[in-house]
Design a protein around this ligand. Sequence first.
Ligand SMILES: [Fe+2]
Ligand SMILES: [Fe+2]
Length: 472
Amino acid sequence: MVASALNLAAPAVTRSLFQPDEIKKLIELYAATPLFHNTPEWIIRDNPYRRPVNSTAVQQLDFNTPLKRAEILGANALAAHRMLLNIYETDLIFLPASDFTGKRNDFASYYSNDNKLLGELIRPTLEAHVFNFLKDEINVTGRWSVEALRSYLQSIIAKHEQSELEICNAVLASADPERACRSLLIQVAGDFLSEASASSRNILGKYGEIQSELFKIVIDDYGYGVHPAKHSTLFENTLSTCGLVSDVHAYWQFYLSSSLALNNYYHYVSRDHSKYFQAIGAIAVAEAMFSHSCREISKMLRTVFGNTVDTYYFDEHFHIDAHHGRMAFDYVVAPAIAKHGDGVIPDIVRGMEELQLLTSISDDDLKAQIAFSDAVGSLKIPAHQIHQRILKGRLRKPNAIHVENRGQSLVTQVLDQDKLYVVESGSLDLVIGHDQSVRLDGGEAIVVPRERLHGIAVVSDECRYQTYDLEN
Ligand SMILES: [Fe+2]
Ligand SMILES: [Fe+2]
């Protein structure tokens, strides 16, 4: 029997079904799927199945050990989160807006049993790799009651509602607020364009009154079946009035790993139903905090884009999520505790804490990316000085030589150490965003700090360049 051979009676041991080297091969096989190859363009238009994972980088990475907190914005995290979102989203339906016939093979490949089964085999390893650090970071202790939980949540919300959103301040303080604002919208687009899809996993099955209460929140997000009122449709309007396209994952290449982590977290706790109580904790805190966040983001959008931007997505959430926050606590969380006992509270608290931690990591990551984006033009000067020291033999660093042609396939990456790029001949663009790049001609150099997302596009027939690994 297959079941006994695979020991399926013990779900917690899925990872040990395979040896680490076997898992590594399966991950490499998954990453090598043609659908996930690098793309010819930075923006992926109207094809929700093309999702590059950088298979060359994946081959050099090991995913068998959980990342530490200090490692969660590195190359491993980006690759693992890209694969995880691809795996989770095979449960969701995506269709292109046009030319289905031309994309039918991609559609069939993305939803194929081969893709789904291979994804399932590697999912627990990838989840442990990127999410296990939360167990070390968050320790839920003490005796909890529903009253203690209510006042804990109220104190979180009160503090949040008195704060200005740091991420909005960072956007407004940027050298290019429009660019920074678009960057923020891109980071949330992965989630908002299929809003509430992960939560909808929790309305299946049969578990009593609270299931129907949760369903009310989800149907609000789905606009009660009126497509123009569906929250994802409202967000499409925001994107288009800010000069962005609203195709699902059009800006896949520019998602930061921390943004993918937030999106993946909802799937992580909602797909594995043993994490149900974590999921409702995360939903309760997210709904309760989103109201104020949306008010601040709406104001920021107005300041940056003036009257031309459609802020209705955020204005709608400012109103409805204050209500959803109360619904989630009073009609889902509190009744769940009353019915299933105080023993479920630590899981609920864990969900609340983990979501807040991932949100703050994501905000900090985006702030750092905006700062990099603002400063990238000035990074040629220190790069030139470092290169001179290398040429004079005063500095020795491991290096690699690259020769690439125009038309090479494209993929963005983050690196675990600062990297010096030196162009010897030809020209390349260091690409920071879909709307930002820095040209490097022969003799020019630049330093890219560790953990900062960037891509390389050769813009001459051939380009020969060197890279040096610097310290962090
Ligand atoms: Fe919503
Ligand atoms: Fe909501």
